[in-house]
Design a protein around this ligand. Structure first.
Ligand code: NAD
Ligand code: TYD
Length: 334
């Protein structure tokens, strides 16, 4: 059975992926390497952390001494670790460049030194930038527009260069916006759901008409597994769901589902460099036999229910350091 090195496994998608792996491959081994930044949370792994095949290592993917022995032990490396929030990258890009670019380099170098069966780089649809026209295909040029997406584009192409130059078994996925359980409440959906549950304002940037293609995290996890099993080395795979919605539509869904009033909606100044629309063509992964299994409405309902039923998880987060960050983030007019 394979040994997986999952980096960033204490974050939102990484922790969902670890749950997915143990459910699907009960006897696999998983090493979770995570620095536990503000976004990493051991609570995300409650339950699975008792699995005999699970090992947690607290550490930085930029630290060669920590990374090397773990890569040496692993058959497969899946790199989720990143600074992931666009707004934070606008305020302070430093850690994005360090972790997303340099950290990926350290992992790739270790994989080159010790050999690996597969290296999956978790990239993002944001590397293409915004489009008001056709959906992006894997061969389209990258035009990232935030420090976050630019750092991810750097990592994405660096990973590709290790395939071309060193013939390493690298594959790259570019997924659209995820939602689901254990997402840090700074991203649109968990922020708005938890704010609404507390009768706090929902801060809508600009005119609220920016569009994202929303995918349920479990569908993303399954797609990564398909790419791992059936994808070809050196290839990029877009992962989308066909759920293009603007932010006002998302907000309305949440308010309606929770029976909360419109007066919670509040317009705040727009994000700098705010990408208008992300849109993917994901025919290539469909040809590997993957397609999303969850409809948008069902997945949103499950997600909202999860935050309603798991206040213990987010109430703990939404205190202390979190409040400090939001105090300086924007002013909401009462
Ligand atoms: P997240 O912010 O919830 O989790 C990131 C994790 O990485 C955290 O546990 C954090 O502690 C860890 N980490 C950060 N810096 C580290 C370092 N230097 N060393 C080790 N660990 C470190 O992010 P997420 O939403 O789960 O995203 C995971 C990956 O998927 C990222 O690479 C992101 O770019 C990509 N992605 C996310 C989305 C999305 O909608 N969330 C969509 C497409 C791609
Ligand atoms: P986000 O969840 O930060 O994901 P990304 O910017 O990486 O796509 O934001 C999704 C959309 O929601 C984006 O258009 C910005 C918008 N947004 C708000 O309007 N208000 C908010 O408080 C946040 C966090 C996001």
């Amino acid at each position: 059975m394979q040994t997986f090195l999952i980096t960033g496994g204490a974050g939102f998608i990484g922790s969902n992926f670890i749950r997915y792996l143990f459910k699907k491959y009960e006897h696999c081994k998983i090493i979770n390497l995570d620095k536990l930044t503000y976004a990493g949370n051991p609570d995300n792994l409650k339950g699975v952390d008792a699995h005999p095949g699970y090992r947690f290592v607290k550490g930085d993917i930029c630290a060669e001494k920590i990374v090397e022995p773990l890569v040496q032990e692993a058959d497969v490396v899946i790199n989720f670790a990143a600074e992931s929030h666009v707004d934070r990258s606008i305020g302070k890009p430093d850690d994005f460049i360090r972790t997303d670019v340099f950290g990926t380099f350290v992992l790739l170098e270790a994989a080159r030194k010790f050999g690996i069966e597969k290296f999956i780089q978790i990239s993002t649809d944001e590397v293409y930038g915004s489009t008001l026209g056709e959906s992006f295909r894997e061969t389209d040029p990258l035009m990232p527009s935030s420090p976050y997406s630019a750092s991810k584009a750097g990592a994405d192409r660096l990973a590709f260069s290790y395939f071309v130059t060193y013939d390493m078994p690298v594959l790259i996925t570019r997924c659209s916006n995820n939602f689901g359980p254990y997402q840090y409440p700074e991203k649109l959906i968990p922020l708005f759901v938890t704010n609404a549950l507390e009768n706090n304002k929902l801060p809508i940037y600009g005119d609220g008409k920016n569009i994202r293609d929303w995918i349920y995290v479990e569908d993303h996890c399954r797609a990564i597994d398909v790419v791992l099993r059936k994808g070809s080395n050196g290839e990029v795979y877009n992962i989308g769901a066909g759920n293009e919605k603007n932010n006002l539509e998302i907000t309305r869904f949440i308010l309606d589902k929770l029976g909360k009033p419109d007066k919670l909606m509040t317009y705040v100044p727009d994000r700098l460099g705010h990408d208008r629309r992300y849109s993917l063509d994901w025919d290539k992964i469909k040809r590997l036999g993957w397609q999303p299994q969850h409809s948008f409405a069902d997945a949103m309902t499950r997600t909202i229910d999860w935050y309603q039923n798991n206040r213990w998880w987010w109430e703990e987060i939404k205190s202390g350091e979190y409040l400090e960050y939001y105090k300086n983030h924007y002013t909401i007019e009462e």
